[in-house]
Design a protein around this ligand. Structure first.
Ligand code: AKG
Length: 523
């Protein structure tokens, strides 16, 4: 039995990517990981003491990289099937990779491709295949395969049972309960499978959290907020504006579970009771935990809607002219440490506020003209490819931002604080502890023309989100604004033209010497 061990990691982690729709507020879309290009397949050069011994049961792994580079979570357990990074093969005396011997002719397939093929199979088929060889056993027990099976087959929720495989088996045959945590396979090396385990077990490094360069304000007036932040479209962290929210006092776990009762909330592609979600989030250890992200929470549990009120700064919400036809606009967000939202831009070109009620969140924001490193939007902006997990982005790309001219705006937003996310800004969020938050997206006069332009884009049917009638949203919204606020659009257009004219003048003034009417040159 092994107990605590120090990992000696010298890693160059392979950069895995996943695709997701960028502009929908659905952080847990289950999407396929695109194949990695050769440039991304650097192996992990690691010297990890061999953790794989058959018969070992869940030894705890502790410690920090030799060079202080990576820390594993205190409760981290070694890979349940003993998978090691490929670099370890070079330190092995046997130089056998049982991944290959056990796959036979299929060993030429990449791990991603092989897993994609296994992803086409049913649970029973995977179970049978896992008996073919030790290598098949490891691949067929890869937890994300079972997670997808559970999410595909248990639309009405699931009772998490320690692992996704156990959960699947118990959901389909409640008398059957697998207790074993699995067999360790000796000499199995795979960067791809190892990375998944590593990302699930890594602690956020202190240096990823220390940069806090957002502007913080307490008690500013609405006018100041509009002038200094909303008008120039800049993020700000607002302190002290949730002081009167009953939610801040009341929303501990016991209260929420009681008040929510049997209400079913959206968790990725499934719906589940809050109590069942907590059962999952307390037990799970995965690189991208499912996030509870529900746009109808206040309709489902009206008491939740009564426990908070929109801060004054965001009171104007012009989508409300659409009544019930407005796109989704408010969400309760609940998730464990490590859950969060990978890089995206908010839907329909709206701005947002996000209020933390419990826990804390690390934010990284890039302005609209800067695509974050490691993020690849499709030309029409409808799809984004980015690393599979948020922690993977930090491992592989965070350091790149240090040398960028336009460095991101960053902060840790704690319970009781609210962040303003201006429209068009890329943002990534990771929960540092179990967190509960409320977020709302809104359109004010400052952003109305821009939202209307967005809704009118030729590919509105793929870009617009949060509503069924994506194509007609522009016309409906415009007509409703004209009916409820006559003259507003003309007024705003006039103002915008004035602004453009002034900008032109000031640019002209900046390149000419206005007194002599000649160009200014500087050599
Ligand atoms: O995970 C979070 O709290 C952030 C959510 C988010 O980015 C969003 O609602 O756009």
């Amino acid at each position: 039995m092994l107990s605590s061990r120090n990992l000696l990691l010298k890693t160059k982690i392979s950069k895995r990517k996943q695709s997701r729709r960028a502009l929908s507020k659905k952080p847990n879309l289950i999407t396929k990981k695109p194949k990695l290009g050769p440039g991304n397949q650097e192996s992990i050069l690691a010297a990890i003491p061999h953790l794989s011994r058959e018969d070992e049961e869940c030894e705890e792994v502790e410690g920090e990289g030799e060079d202080g580079n990576f820390s594993l979570k205190g409760s981290a357990r070694s890979h349940s099937h003993g998978v090691q990074p490929l670099g370890n093969l070079y330190f092995s005396t046997s130089s056998i990779n049982s991944r290959n011997t056990g796959l036979g002719n299929l060993q030429i397939l990449t791990d991603e491709l092989f897993l994609d093929i296994l992803g086409l199979l049913s649970g029973p088929q995977l179970g049978v295949l896992s008996t073919v060889s030790k290598s098949f056993y490891v691949f067929c027990n890869h937890e994300p395969l079972w997670r997808n099976l559970v999410l595909d087959t248990c639309q009405n929720g699931f009772l998490f049972n320690g692992s996704w495989k156990n959960t699947f088996v118990c959901a389909h045959n409640s008398s059957f309960n697998i207790i074993s945590s699995g067999i360790k396979v000796r000499d199995f090396y795979s960067d791809y499978l190892f990375q998944s385990w590593l990302c699930a077990n890594l602690e956020m490094k202190p240096e990823w959290l220390e940069r806090d360069n957002i502007v913080r304000k307490k008690g500013i007036s609405v006018e100041e907020f509009v002038l200094k932040f909303e008008e120039p479209n800049k993020p700000v962290l607002l302190e002290g504006c949730l002081d009167k929210w009953p939610a801040v006092k009341k929303w501990d776990r016991e209260y929420l579970v009681e008040v929510c009762g049997d209400a079913q909330f959206s968790v990725g592609p499934v719906h589940m009771k809050l109590e069942d979600y907590f059962r999952y989030s307390d037990r799970v250890r995965e690189e991208r935990p499912l996030y509870l992200f529900d746009p109808k929470f206040a309709e489902k549990v009206p008491k939740l809607g009564m426990d908070y009120e929109v801060p004054n700064y965001f009171a104007e919400d012009l989508f409300s002219v659409l009544g019930n036809e407005r796109p989704d606009y408010r969400w309760i967000i609940i998730g464990p440490a490590g859950s969060g939202s990978s890089f995206h831009i908010d839907p329909n070109s709206t701005s947002a506020w996000n209020a933390v009620i419990r826990g804390s969140k690390k934010w990284v924001l890039f302005p609209p003209d800067v695509v974050p490193p490691g993020v690849h939007p499709s030309p029409d902006g409808a799809e984004v490819a980015c690393p599979v997990s948020i922690i993977e982005w930090f491992m592989n790309f965070y350091n790149d931002t240090k040398s960028w001219k336009k460095r991101p705006v960053e902060c840790v937003c704690k319970a009781g604080e609210v962040i303003f996310v201006p429209h068009g800004w890329w943002h990534l969020v990771i929960n540092l502890e179990d967190s509960v938050a409320i977020t709302q997206n809104f359109v004010s006069r400052r952003n109305l023309l821009n939202v209307l332009d967005f809704l009118k884009r030729p590919n509105a049917s793929t870009l617009v989100s949060g509503t069924r009638d994506r194509v007609n949203l522009h016309d409906k919204f415009k007509s409703a604004i004209e009916a409820s606020l006559p003259g507003t659009l003309d007024e705003l257009k006039l103002k915008e033209e004035e602004k453009k004219k002034n900008q032109k003048v000031s640019f002209w003034e900046s390149v000419t010497d206005s007194k002599v009417g000649a160009f200014k040159f500087s050599f």
